[in-house]
Design a protein around this ligand. Structure first.
Ligand code: OAD
Length: 234
């Protein structure tokens, strides 16, 4: 497919990219839903909620340590790279992601707003301390206070960090173009972000392999692979 992109990035000054698992699919990281989706293979009630962690922190950590090891072996793809390049040419460009894999940062993107947290941070809830940690395996799963550390990820049934959500909303409020990439748009409040942009009459573009429940709200909805379509910006 060699169709030109429906808009010119040069016409916009404050671009926001809003990404989901689809952008990392071409790095070999499974998406969450659909065929081969992560949540078809694993029950979140066993591995990705506070209840599971409270019941068996070692089991939940084993699962997350495996994910850290797997993701560390994956590389950012052309899609992440194009976004990082746009950000370096237009420093006002923001990235809001639902992904916890850190691939935007590894591609060179800065100030990434991570709505659902990160595999690469650990948190002590008793002390309220969050720490970057990329060590594989972890040196310890416990805080110096004696409590278990937990992944700083927004698990099922957790609330989003309101400061992070506010920062994301503020970025969209100030933007003149929102480009959503590779999300099924089924998880809220994250899926409200494009709707918020639509309400504010900001130009919106969706890039996704298939149509989503929000496709018809966008100014432009493009079906195809994230890396292939983003390459047209090159
Ligand atoms: P999903 O797995 O729900 O959706 C991924 C979307 O990406 C689907 O609509 C696919 O069609 C599309 N897709 C797959 N490969 C693609 C490609 N190469 N190019 C373009 N699109 C592609 O993932 P998310 O919407 O990100 O939460 O899921 C949202 C949240 O649900 C995640 O952040 C995660 C999950 O539970 C946490 O981990 C906290």
């Amino acid at each position: 497919m060699n169709q030109t992109f429906p808009i010119k990035l040069d016409d916009y000054n404050r671009i926001v990219f809003f990404t989901g698992a689809g952008i990392s699919a071409e790095s070999g990281i499974p998406t969450y839903r659909g065929k081969g989706g992560f949540w078809s293979a694993y029950d979140y009630e066993e591995y990705a909620c506070q209840r599971a962690f409270d019941a068996d922190p070692e089991k939940v950590w084993d699962f997350h340590e495996e994910r850290r090891k797997f993701v560390a072996g994956c590389q950012p793809n052309k899609g992440h790279q194009v976004i990082a390049d746009i950000q370096s040419k237009k420093p006002s460009t923001k990235v809001i992601t639902q992904n916890i894999d850190g691939l935007h940062q590894r591609a060179g993107s800065g100030n990434v707003i991570e709505l659902h947290g990160s595999l690469w941070r650990v948190r002590c809830d008793r002390e309220g301390i969050v720490t970057d940690n990329t060590r594989i395996p972890l040196q310890t799963r416990k805080c110096s206070c004696g409590d278990y550390l937990r992944p700083d990820i927004v698990w099922f049934e957790d609330m989003l960090d309101t400061t992070v959500l506010q920062e994301a909303i503020q970025s969209v409020a100030k933007s003149d173009l929102l480009i959503t990439i590779g999300t099924s748009a089924t998880v809220f409040p994250a899926a409200d972000i494009p709707l918020f942009a639509v309400q504010r009459q900001i130009t919106t573009v969706e890039i996704n392999q298939e149509k989503t429940p929000l496709s018809h709200y966008y100014t432009y909805s493009i079906q195809g692979s994230a890396s292939e379509i983003l390459s047209r910006f090159d």
